[in-house]
Ligand binder design. Sequence first.
Ligand code: NAD
Length: 494
Amino acid sequence: MSDLTSFPFFAGDQWHDPASGKWIESENPADGRAWARVPDCDAADVAHAVAAAKTAFNDGPWGRLLPAQRGRVLRQIGDLISANADRLGEIELRDNGRTGTIAPGLREGGWQVDSWHYYAGLCDKFEGRIIPAELPDMHNYMSWEPFGVVALFLPWNAPIGTLIWKLSAALAAGNTVVIKPSEHASCSTLELMKIFSEADILPAGVVNVVTGFGPSTGAALVRHPDVRLISFTGGTSGGQAVAAVAAEQVKPVIMELGGKSPQIVRADADLDLAAKGIAGAIFPGGGQSCISGSRLLIHADVIEDFTTRLAALAAAEVVGSPSDPDSTIGPLANRAHYQSVLTKIDAAEAAGHRLILDGRSACRDAGYYVGPTIFADVPNGADLAQTEVFGPVASTEAWTSDIDVIRKANDTPYGLAAGIWTADVALGMRMAARIEAGTVYINNYFNASSQSPVGGFKQSGYGRENGIEGMRCFMQTKSVWLATNPGPNDPLDA
Ligand code: NAD
C-alpha cells in the first residue's frame, strides 16, 4: 500500500483506478520528494471518460439546458472556486511549486473567478442571424452550436489557470469535456473535480479527467473518434505531435504554444518603470510563463544604466521554498525541466555570452531551484535569444535604430507577446502595429483579463482564449435553409 496521496481519475462523476494498475508519482519540486500519485491511464480509461462525456452531451440534461441556465451554473462554479481558493492553491503549490500567487486569482475578484462570471454572462449573448441570401423564396438563418466532446490539454506551469480559461469557455459554449492535465502536475485539476463532485454542481459526465503521459494517454484522447475538438496548451513539439494526430481525422485544434517574447526599451523610456516591469515579466514563477518577456532589446544609449537597474532588482529576489513567505521565487516545477534550464544556461556560457548574474547556485536547498540569471551582448541569432528557456533567464542586446529593432523583435519563429517601453506613446502604438505577436504591451507587461483575447502569431499557435473570441473557438456555425416557395396555388396570390 502506497503512503502517497492517491488521486484516481474522474469519469461520469465517479473515481476510478487505472485499468492497467499503473500509477505515476508526482514530486513536490520544493524538496524533490514524491507526495502523490495519479493514474497512468491507458486507451480503455480514455475511452471510458470519452463515453461519459458523449452520453452527457447527447442524453444528459446538459445538452438541453438553455444558454441562460448554463450561465447560472457557470456563475455558481465561479463562486464555488472562490470559496475553495486556499484548498486549490495549496495543492497546486505542493504539485508544481509556484510561489503564493495562485490563491488570490481564485478568490472573489480574482481573474480566475472572473473567467466564470464573464462567460456566465456571455452564454446567452451568442445570437444567430437571418441572412438575406440571394435566392428567391428561401429563408436562411445561422446559429452557433457546440462541438460536442472536446479535449483540453494542460501544461504543468499553471495547471489551474490554463484549465479555467479553457473550461469556462468550453462549458459556456455547451460542450462536455475530457481534461488531460500534465503528467507533472495533475493534482490540482483532480482536486477541482472533488470540489465539483462534493457540491454536485454539474450533471455526471459533463467534465471528466484522465491523467498520464502525452504520447500514450494524450495521443489516445486526440485519436478518439468521439472527441470533436482539441484545445491544447503546451510546448511547440507537443503541439506539433497533437496537430499531426488530429489531422488524421481532420479534427480542429486550438493551439496555445510557447514563445520567446521581445521587450524593446527606447532611450526615452522611464528606466525605473521599465526595469521593474521587465524584472516582473521574467523572474516571478521562475520564468515559467509562456509570455515571459526575456529577450531584451535595449537602446545602446541606456543599456548600461538599464542593465544595472535590472541586475539589482534580480539580485534582490529571494529564491527558496514556496512555503517560506520571504521567498519570491520558488523551485522550477519538476526535475526534468530543472535539468533542461541548467543545461541551457551552461550552453549559453559555453557559447561565450557574458554572464552578469548567475542563478545556478542561488539556493542550496534540495529542490529544483534556479535564481535570476542575466546574459549580456547576446546577438538575436544566438540559441539563447531564439529558444524558449522557460526559466528565470534573460538576455540583452543593444540597438540604435527603431526600424531595425522591430525587425529584430520579429526575427523569431514565435509570436506570443512583446513589450515596448517608451515615453512616446504614439510611436509605441505605431511600433505595436508592426510587431508580429498576439499580445503587445506598452509601458506594462503581463496583464490579462477575461474580456481580452490571448493567443499566438506564427509558431506560438492559433485560435484564442478569453473574450468573445475564446468562446467562439469552442463553437461552430450551422446554416439552415427553409424553402418558402408557395407552389402553384398560393392562397396569398390574389
Ligand atoms: P508539453 O507540450 O510537454 O505538454 C502539454 C500537454 O500536452 C501535457 O498534458 C502533455 O502530457 C500533453 N502532450 C505532450 N505531448 C503530447 C503528445 N504527443 N500527444 C498528446 N499529448 C501530449 O508542454 P509542457 O512542457 O507541459 O508546458 C510548457 C510549455 O507550455 C511551454 O512551452 C510554454 O510556453 C507552453 N505554454 C503556453 C501557454 C500559452 O497560453 N501560449 C501557456 C502556458 C504554457
